[in-house]
Design a protein around this ligand. Sequence first.
Ligand SMILES: NC(=O)c1ccc[n+]([C@@H]2O[C@H](COP(=O)([O-])OP(=O)(O)OC[C@H]3O[C@@H](n4cnc5c(N)ncnc54)[C@H](O)[C@@H]3O)[C@@H](O)[C@H]2O)c1
Ligand SMILES: [Zn+2]
Length: 333
Amino acid sequence: MRVLVTGGAGFIGSHLVDVLRERGHEPVVFDLRKDPGADVRDPAAVERALAGVDAVCHQAAMVGLGNGVLDAAEYVSRNDLGTAVLLAAMAEARVRRLVMAGSMVVYGEGRYVCPRHGTVRPGPRAVGDLEAGRFEPACPECGQDLAPGLVGEEAPADPRNVYATTKLAQEHLAAAWARCTGGSAVSLRYHNVYGPRMPRDTPYAGVASFFRSSLARGDAPRVFEDGRQRRDFVHVRDVAAANVAALEAEAREGALTAYNTGSGDPHTVGEMARALATACGGPEPVVTGAYRLGDVRHITADSSRLRNELGWKPAVAFEEGMAEFARAGMREG
Ligand SMILES: NC(=O)c1ccc[n+]([C@@H]2O[C@H](COP(=O)([O-])OP(=O)(O)OC[C@H]3O[C@@H](n4cnc5c(N)ncnc54)[C@H](O)[C@@H]3O)[C@@H](O)[C@H]2O)c1
Ligand SMILES: [Zn+2]
């Protein structure tokens, strides 16, 4: 298959290009980082790139939490305008297959179980609670402690920041494209992706990158809140393989299908910091009690749909992946 990989020079996209080649496909990289003319918001450039293409793997986006609402317009432009231009060009060129990089951020604050009220959805955490070190969201009905559970794809969307809002809008646009054209769209809702070539720390990077970058400087990783927030850290090569599995699967026409893409082995952020510090032989992590507004407490996926329907399974275990990541090269800027 000839596959246009938008964002193909990025962290995940570059691994995807490798896996596509290994599987005998022909990736075509379309990325601003590689070529200033390769902008998904430029209809003429996208039209040229789509020539002879069988499928599109859409990874290009502005990622991370960014600077609150200050760079909202840039997120919307790159992520949503970019996706709209790409989809319109695909409709023109009659390219019927799309796999896009979704994100677990569309779920907001995970899924929780109250002993009295069953599954509940706590709202955004209050500044007063965070200031007082009350990091766990309480039951919205009775205020009791909650147990975090695994989020399935049917969980209602609840984006909590600008980036999350743009990732959700990308899915809605792709679903509209699929309905209008009879095309097949898959959104892989990645959890926390880590691994070689992850960019160094910027306001746009992930938590594994912050810790790894601190350790590379000889500093202790600084862990927000109490370090007990849970995440699903999934290795970048596994994420790349999930994209290829989605491309090779039988197409479901006229609709978007979403798949959680996680390792299925949740860990706390504190555990991740310790695993990296140990593997680097660096200083022990420091738990700071600081917080970022817009962060969610726990978010862990149920990725069984991806395993069952696409036959994907993660190949890199947490300990092994973190040990490799501790020594792996990172991308500058
Ligand atoms: N890294 C994660 O943990 C994670 C988690 C969930 C979802 N995602 C999604 O995965 C995708 C890839 O993310 P990544 O971590 O590899 O980030 P990245 O920044 O390394 O890669 C994104 C690439 O997109 C390119 N790009 C940005 N705007 C563009 C535009 N207008 N036209 C063409 N190219 C453009 C950038 O140059 C960059 O190389 C994104 O869609 C992101 O939202 C990532
Ligand atoms: Zn309750």
